[in-house]
Ligand binder design. Structure first.
Ligand SMILES: NC(=O)c1ccc[n+]([C@@H]2O[C@H](COP(=O)([O-])OP(=O)(O)OC[C@H]3O[C@@H](n4cnc5c(N)ncnc54)[C@H](OP(=O)(O)O)[C@@H]3O)[C@@H](O)[C@H]2O)c1
Length: 248
């Protein structure tokens, strides 16, 4: 991986204890950042992730709350203010899928996906921006999905949430550009995590065949793109979507 230096910076990575988020957290720790990795409730996975960090474990902080709960997000940032002087980077990575064709999709599954993926990104970004504006510096990166652009069948709720993250990012990027805050999305293709591991084998094979490079991506390959967008040097990249999809 390219060498990055985030020494002296603090990053929040939502869903930062498993899958893609864990790779992003680990990459920031290796690059010298202090990282707050949040998660929803899988304490065992979070503890195992923390125990596995060979580099920067003393700079890793874990917090458990639901990003889709606006009041919980606000409470999290109150804790953040008591522990850290400034926030340089927010990665809105926490996300869920509840797949089903629209005719069979329950309102609960619609609400849960929109609430976590889209409302969560809004709440976390809103409170981050309030802390970045006075410092006239910040980097916000949303993890979206090609499903938001393509609209994969059986994923209307997920696709709507992921397209919504892109639209949200474009508006926010314009609002804060003058304050030297950039807002971008990373769109990973099929990445080798538990998130897609739950799909039926025939669907996995079809997805793999559809990728021009003929393999699933690795979480570290997504983390690399996120860290690039989070650098000070990426100051002129805002309002954009970086696709890490193996050419999908
Ligand atoms: N994997 C892929 O192929 C792929 C492709 C495109 C986009 N993405 C996107 O990449 C992101 C990460 O995916 P992944 O595959 O790494 O997922 P994952 O392995 O399922 O991990 C999800 C992480 O998000 C946390 N989380 C879930 N709901 C939450 C909530 N309501 N509040 C706080 N944290 C919550 C989980 O916490 P717990 O551990 O406590 O459950 C976990 O840490 C998602 O936004 C997903 O849409 C993934």
């Amino acid at each position: 991986m390219t060498t990055f230096d985030f020494s002296g910076q603090t990053a929040i990575v939502t869903g930062g204890t498993r899958g893609i988020g864990a790779a992003i957290t680990g990459a920031f720790l290796k690059a010298g950042a202090t990282v707050v990795a949040t998660y929803a409730g899988n304490h065992a996975a979070a503890q195992a992730f923390a125990a596995a960090q060979a580099v920067g474990a003393e700079r890793l902080h874990l917090r458990c709350f639901d990003v889709g709960d606006y009041a919980a997000a606000e409470e999290f940032y109150r804790w953040f203010d008591t522990s850290f002087k400034a926030l340089e980077v927010l990665v809105n990575n926490a996300g869920i899928r509840r797949d089903g064709v629209v005719g069979m999709l329950s309102k609960d599954d619609w609400d849960a996906v929109l609430r976590t993926n889209l409302t969560g990104s809004f709440a976390m970004s809103k409170f981050a921006i309030m802390r970045m504006l006075p410092n006239r510096y910040g980097r916000i990166i949303n993890i979206t999905s090609p499903s938001g652009r393509e609209g994969f069948e059986g994923q209307a709720n997920y696709a709507a949430s992921k397209a919504g993250q892109v639209a949200f990012m474009r508006s926010l990027s314009k609002e804060v550009a003058k304050r030297r805050i950039t807002v971008n999305c990373v769109s990973p293709g099929f990445i080798d995590t538990e998130f897609i591991g739950a799909l039926p084998p025939e669907q996995l094979k079809a997805y793999q065949d559809s990728v021009p490079v003929k393999r699933f991506g690795q979480p570290a390959e997504v983390a690399h793109g996120v860290l690039f967008l989070a650098t000070r040097e990426a100051a002129y990249v805002t309002g954009s979507v970086l696709e890490i999809t193996g050419g999908l």
